[in-house]
Design a protein around this ligand. Structure first.
Ligand code: CUA
Length: 657
């Protein structure tokens, strides 16, 4: 134990030394070659070449940037409420955040991945996982809106997620924390041998992307950290790194670092799929939410599911193997050909690369080294393709440029290292500032990377930006990787902690981007499609206001007959049918956010007036030169008052109903 403490201390000291050296270099050399600024400069009115979808980490969201400029275009709300967009505040999107634990206003988003067809990015959807309350979300890339969230039962710390297979047959979600299965009241010290790690395979409907859990593989109680799919020859397999194969439940920093090697689990999902399609697996009770948003009704529904199909490894012999990998591996990265599986042993001095073809041969020749809970352990040498010797300290993640090169981030030595697949020689290294986690090359998890830029996402920024008190910005760094040597082009701040990112050429998405919602297609049950049909209806103590908005007024804009203690529903439809004319809606004293309503869309906000008076509402989005005139009043009378419901626009009393 003492030795480990010492070595961790040595690593920490070394990282501090390297960290400060790196800083010195950067200041001295300016870090940049002369024309770096030109290469990230996107002139006013011109477009970036790539979209980058960058995980918002503990913000729970997904941020959209342009590359190479690093300009932020949009923060897509996914797992956390977002007052700017009314996500989780309006009635339409509240069901998106429903779970088996009830309404959860926050999430920890980690790894976005873009859908693929035949191993190439198709730009239809981006998936992202929530780590804390295990969920997978799908974002539609025509609207850049979250349209589906599926909760993952029997899972905890949903980290080895959400990666897609080469035809988006599956999105995978693996549990980082193993837990009792089924969940129950039991002593924690009985963890070993009793907890299970669920690897969840979610089927994706090729037509509309609807997600559905096909099966959960109940693995031994290790920590399943990251994963990537096989592709090409290895399509049909999925690879997961594990750590804590010691199955420790306390002081993991020491107790989960005892084994010289942990495993990469190789899962033949096609074989398991076949087993299931022939009636295999066991349905067990499970409670998990499935939330779907549709553009037709501009609304989400939440359905609680009640069972899931479980498969135990022993039921499908020959479907799962362990490849020993030094030492608490983190990233599990598969090269574009599908032949090489890189295990980034975060406490190892070397990078271990497994060969898929050697793995198959080793399985055929039964080159096993015992088993773990009945799962065969392949001999280390039998699957080893090669070792990148002493590339740096603390390897975390590897991406590929599609030209035979790999790029690995090193957390402790704060650098990105370029090395060659097959020869395993280190070709280049560049300092990153500081302590990078993931890196991303557009198309990096596919058969066809677009190897022009690598985006490195850093955990620490220290002195890279103007200070903002104790909390400083998170950061990404863009490298040009087209030459022999990598070149640092730009730093830019990110929201939350940028875990992984997914990049795609803008040309594959921008032409499909939706500009408005067609009013005639609006099937929202409370839509008001013309201002003459605007109305106010009392139903008991509920008042439903069917309101429209168009430059630059609300209809109705004066409403009387509301009482203290009422529950007022504003069902607001934006009648505009032009691009980029949203309107907003805000009501004084409302305990929800404003609404931001796109052309053709309907949204609902609830207000419960607590005080008698005449209270204004207004448009929050500067929509025209007369935006400031876009306002109205609600008269609130005492409870039980005989003031009738009336409403007007332009002084004409419209019929009350
Ligand atoms: Cu409508 Cu401002």
């Amino acid at each position: 134990m003492k030795t480990i403490f010492k070595s961790l201390l040595a690593i920490t000291v070394l990282s501090m030394v390297l960290g400060s050296c790196g800083n010195g270099d950067s200041k001295k050399n300016g870090a940049l070659s002369g024309n770096a600024a030109e290469r990230v400069y996107v002139a006013p009115g011109e477009y970036d070449e790539f979209y980058a979808f960058v995980s918002g980490g503990f913000s729970g969201q997904l941020a959209v940037y342009g590359l190479p400029s690093g300009r932020l275009f949009k923060v897509i709300p996914v797992f956390s409420v977002d007052a700017e967009k009314a996500y989780g505040f309006n009635e339409e999107t509240k069901p998106m955040l429903n779970t088996s634990h009830g309404f959860i206003p926050w999430g920890d988003s980690h790894h976005p991945d873009i859908s693929q067809t035949a191993g190439v990015l198709d730009g239809r959807w981006v998936f992202i996982n929530e780590n804390n309350t295990p969920r997978i979300a799908k974002i539609d890339l025509t609207t850049f809106e979250t349209t589906e969230i599926l909760e993952i039962p029997n899972s905890a710390g949903n980290h080895s997620s959400s990666f897609v297979t080469e035809n988006t047959e599956y999105v995978v979600a693996g549990t980082r924390f193993s837990i009792p299965f089924p969940q129950r009241d039991m002593p924690i010290k009985e963890f070993k041998g009793n907890f299970k790690g669920a690897l969840t395979f979610i089927k994706v409907d090729p037509k509309d992307g609807t997600m559905d859990i096909k099966f959960q593989l109940m693995m031994p109680g290790f920590d399943y950290d990251l994963s990537h799919p096989g592709r090409g020859a290895s399509h049909g397999w999925f690879f997961f790194t594990t750590y804590n194969t010691e199955e420790a439940n306390s002081l993991l920093e020491v107790n989960a670092s005892q084994n010289d090697k942990d495993f990469i689990a190789a899962v033949n999902w096609k074989k398991i799929e076949e087993y299931i399609n022939n009636g295999g697996g066991t349905k067990v009770p499970a409670k998990y939410a499935h939330n779907v948003y549709t553009d037709e009704t501009h609304s989400a529904t939440s359905t609680m599911r009640d069972e899931v199909l479980i498969v135990n490894p022993s039921e499908v012999p020959g479907a799962i193997y362990f490849m020993p990998t030094p030492k608490s591996p983190h990233g599990c990265d598969v090269d574009p050909s599908g032949e090489y599986i890189v295990g980034n042993g975060k406490l190892s001095a070397d990078l271990t690369v497994h060969s898929f073809s050697k793995m198959i041969k080793a399985i055929e020749e039964k080159k096993f080294d015992g088993d773990a809970y009945g799962i065969p352990i392949l001999q280390f040498e039998a699957t080893l393709a090669g070792v990148v010797k002493s590339p740096g300290l603390g390897p975390l993640h590897t991406e590929f440029d599609g030209k035979g090169n790999a790029y690995t981030t090193f957390f402790i030595s704060s650098e990105v290292v370029k090395w060659k697949l097959g020869t395993w020689e280190v070709l280049d290294r560049k300092s990153t500032y500081y302590s990078p986690g993931h890196l991303m090359i557009p198309g990096g998890n596919s058969g066809k990377p677009f190897g022009k830029y690598a985006l490195v996402m850093n955990k620490i920024t220290k002195d890279r930006y103007l200070p903002t008190g104790p909390e400083v910005t998170q950061s990404a760094q863009l490298f040009d990787i087209t030459g022999e040597k990598m070149e640092l082009l730009i730093d830019f701040p990110t929201i939350g902690e940028p875990h992984y990112a997914a990049g795609i050429p803008a040309s594959l998405i921008m032409s499909k981007s939706k500009k408005i919602y067609k009013l005639e297609e609006n099937e929202h049950p409370f839509a008001t499609k013309s201002q003459t049909t605007a109305k106010v209806i009392r139903e008991g103590n509920e008042v439903h206001i069917y309101m429209t908005m168009i430059r630059s007024h609300f209809a109705p804009d004066n409403i009387e007959g509301v009482q203290v203690g009422d529950k007022v529903f504003f069902h607001v439809t934006n009648l505009e049918q032009d691009y980029d004319v949203p309107h907003g809606f805000a009501m004084i004293g409302a305990q929800t956010s404003e609404l931001l309503i796109m052309p053709g869309q309907t949204e609902t906000s609830i207000w419960e007036p607590k005080q008698v008076g005449v209270w204004p509402f207004y448009c929050t989005d500067f929509c025209s030169a007369l935006h400031q005139e876009m306002q109205g009043y609600i008269r609130v009378s005492p409870k039980g008052s005989d003031v009738p419901i009336t409403f007007t626009l332009d002084g004409d009393a419209l019929d009350a109903e």
